[in-house]
Design a protein around this ligand. Sequence first.
Ligand SMILES: C[S@@+](CC[C@H](N)C(=O)[O-])C[C@H]1O[C@@H](n2cnc3c(N)ncnc32)[C@H](O)[C@@H]1O
Length: 204
Amino acid sequence: MKERWNQRYQAEEFAYGILPNEFLREQLQHIKPGKILFAAEGEGRNAVYAAKLGWEVFAFDISEEGQKKALKLAEENGVSITYEVGEEQYLNYAPAQFDAIVFIYAHFPGPIKSGIQKQISTYLKPGGTILFEAFSKNHLAYVTKNEAVGGPKDLETLFSLDELKADFENYDYLQLQEQEIELHEGIYHNGLGSVVRMVGRKKA
Ligand SMILES: C[S@@+](CC[C@H](N)C(=O)[O-])C[C@H]1O[C@@H](n2cnc3c(N)ncnc32)[C@H](O)[C@@H]1O
């Protein structure tokens, strides 16, 4: 898994581009900057965007090559981010420390994704916000038709709204929906896809 991502990120071009994800960009307009964590952040397009808005940015991913490109992108943009390499269970974030946590196409392997998401949720302050976008289980039909849209090809790694509600149960949902969207993100996300989107506010 790690080797696959390191290989993808060794290319000079950015796999998902250097522009932020569109849902994230829209949502960050409504939240006052504070301390934010990016899960499975890859090459840093979203983390760097948030840092430019004034957020104090933390990120993690299993890929060292992703980290290298993210830190370089941050430097080129004149911002600083704290980016750790590791699987979530080996990273030691303190509980209830972040004002926002972001999952953008953070597709953890099926058997461990629920445990990881529940654990990451403990790092969010009460009243804090989760922003989540990833491919839905219905996306399988889309990627079968058009490989260029990318995304996992196994149902376990893809998401349903019921899974999100189960993993983030102590939340008010400002948005929770599955929808078809057109993606244009770098080399690997191009075309029509089916995604789940969540804006969740953690209850006290
Ligand atoms: C589709 S990419 C998304 C990257 C980034 N969030 C973005 O939207 O540009 C999925 C990312 O998940 C990371 N990943 C996969 N399994 C992981 C794990 N167990 N722990 C941390 N990161 C993981 C990969 O290295 C990869 O960077």
